[in-house]
Ligand binder design. Sequence first.
Ligand code: NAD
Ligand code: PRE
Length: 288
Amino acid sequence: ARRAGVAGEIVGYDVSGDVRDTAREIALCDRITDTPDAAVVDADLVILCVPPGAMGSVARQIGAALKPGAILSDVGSTKRSVIDAVMPYVPGNVSFIPAHPLAGTEHSGPRAGFASLFDNRWCIIVPQEDTPADRLQMLQDFWQALGANTEVMDADHHDRVLAVTSHTPHLIAYTMVGVADDLGRVTDSEVIKYSAAGFRDFTRIAASDPTMWRDVFLNNKDATLEILGRFTEELFALQRAIRQGDGDHLHAYFTRTRAIRRGIIEAGQDTAKPNFGRGIEDVSESKG
Ligand SMILES: NC(=O)c1ccc[n+]([C@@H]2O[C@H](COP(=O)([O-])OP(=O)(O)OC[C@H]3O[C@@H](n4cnc5c(N)ncnc54)[C@H](O)[C@@H]3O)[C@@H](O)[C@H]2O)c1
Ligand SMILES: O=C(O)C(=O)C[C@]1(C(=O)O)C=C[C@@H](O)C=C1
């Protein structure tokens, strides 16, 4: 927001005193307050950036201090649960417009942010039935000024899409690294040294914040369980093909998935690389 010059003043609050101290030290915001309600007084736009499970409690603490006419938004990775948790505390003269920028790294905390994080990434915006068109436009303009492309979606559709593209893949990465650890191999330096890029990518994802990801699965339960069920069925089919030596099945499957990857690149949607920034370098390159 500072890079884009779209905010007169950027004010922040975090429940952790250590996080507030660090944010002050690195001048992350123009001002850091010691209470949540002080941070939102007179603000035209308030964005909740806490784990999905904490959204309701923060909304309860700030609701009465929101300025009439303000926009309240969030960046939570799940949408239906956040709406249910926050909505009861939104005053009638405030527009609550949930959002989810599809950008992040495995790092968290105030030092993990960087100005280009949202460049060329999608930000999904989830207007409510009574959201005024001008407020929706303002929030879209805000995210576009930060470098993102915006898309409007309903909450349930968002949760289903993200279960496929983000939530279940994270669970699979956590599981793969957990399995390797159970076999006593992850900490073996020789295995780390020779581990192929595929496994290293899993370890990067599996280093993501445990609180945030616990909340993601608890708050997008149905969609994740549905995708996980489909995933398990496919996995069993591949397992059977390996056991039965069914090379044709494996070849046909991998040909189909390769076409999907190529389609993403041809459509110019492989925006991940430039935006991984410091995140991917830390794990995959600098440390070899
Ligand atoms: N990390 C990602 O890749 C990513 C991407 C898109 C969206 N998100 C979403 O963004 C949100 C924040 O994630 P993050 O990666 O910035 O995490 P983060 O850990 O960097 O920041 C979350 C902060 O919330 C604070 N917090 C927790 N409970 C609080 C409370 N009750 N009141 C005030 N502060 C509280 C924590 O102390 C922490 O500093 C989550 O909802 C997450 O789902 C994350
Ligand atoms: O690249 C990563 O580290 C991420 O996992 C970022 C990622 C994703 O799944 O793409 C994680 C959670 C989000 O809500 C949005 C983005």
